[in-house]
Design a protein around this ligand. Structure first.
Ligand code: GTP
Ligand code: MG
Length: 217
């Protein structure tokens, strides 16, 4: 198995992405239902993943703005689609999604989230890519496979990103990385490379910014 990533970003791409994420970023709106979505006027990248995997934290870390997206220790913090405008003039939008696999939620709320997330991911014209977060301590689980299968079936291009890598040892990371990459390479709509990140320590953030920027330009 090759340790070498297939795609590496040039210093120019990393720098262009750093600049755009360091510039203006603002909360646009929260959409609790599909009818509240903003007009699809610019490309969008959505961040999806299990509840508590670190979606909102990663958005804050990418944009270097604590408190832009609301985070919490309690799973189910984000319950709507939250849109963030990047660039002035507006270049693209980031979408913070509600997490799936939150066992304690009432059944009808679960159903509502599932429809919201699935319909958005499947039907949004302006959505250029989904970033699917996987907790590096656990790797891909069946609850994650459901959303990966859905994206593959709908042919929505996505990138798998490992989170919270500061919580595991380097040897464990190498193992989960290899396993996750092997699975990504079998999935038709997945980017073959994964990015390992830590919102806490900043690992992988320059590359993820470049990957997001590449998807919208
Ligand atoms: N150590 C560490 N903790 C993290 C990291 N990213 C997120 N966390 C913690 O994980 C918890 C959940 O983070 P959130 O960003 O709220 O997770 P989420 O995926 O947005 O959760 P929902 O909105 O409930 O779906 C918080 O307590 C964060 O502080 C990381 O890179 N390292
Ligand atoms: Mg959240």
């Amino acid at each position: 198995m090759s340790e070498e990533p297939l795609d590496t970003f040039t210093p120019e791409q990393i720098e262009a992405a750093r600049k755009i994420f360091a510039g203006p970023v603002s909360f646009l709106k929260s959409a609790p239902e599909l009818k509240h979505l903003p007009d699809p006027v610019v490309p969008e990248v959505a961040v999806a993943g299990r509840s508590n995997v670190g979606k909102s934290s990663l958005l804050n870390a990418l944009t270097n703005r604590n408190g832009l997206a609301r985070t919490s220790n309690t799973p189910g913090r984000t319950q709507e689609l939250n849109f963030f405008d990047v660039g002035e003039p507006l270049r693209f939008r980031l979408v913070d999604m509600p997490g799936y696999g939150f066992a304690k939620a009432p059944k009808d709320l679960l159903r509502k989230w599932r429809y919201l997330v699935n319909d958005f991911l499947r039907g949004r014209q302006s959505l250029k890519r989904a970033i699917v977060l996987i907790d590096s301590r656990h790797g891909i689980k069946d609850v994650d496979r459901e959303i990966l299968d859905m994206l593959d079936t709908a042919a929505v291009s996505y990138r798998i990103v490992l989170t919270k890598t500061d919580k595991i040892k380097a040897t464990e990371l190498a193992e989960v990385r290899a396993q996750t990459e092997a699975e990504a390479r079998k999935r038709p709509a997945a980017h073959p490379d994964i990015i390992a990140t830590s919102s806490e320590k900043g690992m992988g953030l320059p590359e993820l910014r470049a990957a997001v920027f590449e998807a919208v330009t």
